[in-house]
Design a binder for this molecule. Structure first.
Ligand SMILES: [Zn+2]
Length: 434
């Protein structure tokens, strides 16, 4: 499938209900005018737009429909080796960068067709995600905006340090062992050289103990920021979250075990938290359906973390901490690309005390930070990048209509209309996948 041609026309979206991503109440839309990859105008149709000139102006009539910014998934993995495909060699995740890259390229297209116009990728194998990001950016294929990390920086015993110490972290693994600040800084430089947008660090799996010292995190932050890279950290533990906050990371992933004192430190430092409850909810639901032993994950532990994260959503509001919205799609066989990206919004609404409008603002305007595009995308206003979706159902009445792309009528990314009809080869792929 070729890349969409550059939009030579002015695109005008008329009528419908506008949810602009700012949190303002939904309002009647007259005209959104898009030129090139940016929104030029929102409001009454400007007199200089020649609607009848079909050579230069394309009109989308959204009467009876809802228009909002494209969704951003602030936590989506592309190169862990999922989906599993029958006949592919075994191994945790993937052992072949070439095949993994092609799979990631396919998955990126599914993500975009589900109305997700941007993803933040906190960790992957090799520099697969950098390559897929660039293929999309260079127009080789359609896909969402991607803001990507490389392999996660870990110490002995952290999450993603899965092999015995005499094996270390082999080339195909998601983690990269660095057992001193010097080694971490070197890895930051290496990953920066290969084009990552941010550095992902990862502490202990479930917050059992703090395995990266504050000084080590600070060394990574210092080096990364000097190179215009951001830093995110997987941190469930209390001490880890406080250390990450004091070391000045750009966002903290999970933070479930943080105490009020730790959250105070986060609030003082001013970075957002990315709770990511969707993966846990998916495991819990699957455990109920097929039995916990089938899931091969500790469902009870997942339930505890899920409950803690829902509590965190409420507490974050009290502390004035901004939350980002992400799902951990692509981290396992049961988190397929294109399906779960809006499930986190449902959890924010059902368990986190968010209104549907607040959840949408978090997943669009606020999530722009995880794309490195804060203030530039995620809102439908003049001057912003033209990423938007049109739905045939009202997401404010039922937040679940955003899931799986089932109610999309249009997806526009970077000012271009996305082809929502997958070609035959895409369907074949879907059947071949497990
Ligand atoms: Zn993840």
């Amino acid at each position: 499938m070729g890349a969409a041609k550059p939009a030579v026309k002015t695109l005008v979206i008329r009528n419908g209900t506008l949810i602009d991503g700012s949190g303002k109440p939904a309002s009647r839309n007259d005209a959104i005018v898009i030129e090139g990859n940016k929104i030029k105008h929102v409001g009454a149709l400007p007199p200089d737009v020649a609607l009848k000139d079909h050579g230069t102006v394309q009109v989308i009539d959204a009467a009876g429909q809802w228009i909002m910014p494209g969704l951003i998934d602030a936590h989506c993995h592309m190169s862990y080796g999922y989906p599993l495909i029958k006949g592919e060699g075994k191994g945790k995740g993937t052992t072949r960068p070439e095949l993994s890259t092609l799979k990631a390229a396919r998955s990126a297209q599914k993500v975009l067709r589900a109305g997700v116009t941007g993803i933040s990728v906190p960790g992957g194998t090799w520099f697969t995600d950098v390559g897929v990001r660039d293929a999309i950016r260079l127009g080789l294929m359609p896909g969402p905006r991607m803001f990507v990390a490389g392999r996660m920086i870990v110490t002995y015993g952290c999450i993603e340090d899965d092999e015995p110490s005499w094996e270390g972290t082999p080339d195909h693994s998601i983690g990269k062992l660095c057992n001193s600040a010097d080694e971490m800084v070197t890895e930051v430089r290496r990953q920066g050289k290969h084009g990552v947008n941010f550095i992902k660090m990862a502490d202990s799996r479930s917050g059992e103990s703090q395995m990266i010292a504050k000084e080590e995190i600070a060394a990574v932050v210092g080096e990364a920021h000097r190179r215009n890279l951001r830093v995110a950290i997987h941190s469930r533990g209390a001490g880890s979250t406080r250390a990450a906050a004091e070391a000045g990371v750009d966002w903290i992933v999970h933070a479930d075990l943080a105490t009020e004192r730790d959250l105070e430190a986060v609030a003082r430092a001013g970075m957002p938290i990315l709770p990511t409850a969707t993966f846990l909810a998916t495991v819990i639901e699957l455990g109920k359906k097929v039995g916990p032993e089938q899931v091969q994950l500790d469902v009870g532990r997942m339930q505890r973390h899920f409950d803690l994260l829902c509590g965190l959503m409420h507490k974050a509001r009290d502390f004035g901490i901004r939350l980002l919205v992400g799902t951990d799609t692509g981290n396992n066989a049961f988190t397929p690309h294109g399906e779960l990206h809006a499930k986190e919004l449902e959890i924010f609404v059902n368990y986190g005390g968010y209104s549907p409008m607040e959840a949408i603002v978090a997943a669009t305007r606020d999530n722009a930070l995880a794309l490195g595009l804060e203030g530039q995308v995620g809102e439908l206003a003049p001057g912003k990048l033209a990423d938007l979706i049109v739905l045939d159902r009202d997401p404010l009445a039922d937040i679940t209509v955003l899931q799986g792309g089932r109610h999309l009528t249009w997806v526009i990314k970077d000012g271009r209309i996305v082809d929502l009809e997958p070609r035959e080869d895409m369907l074949t792929f879907r059947h071949a996948a497990e």
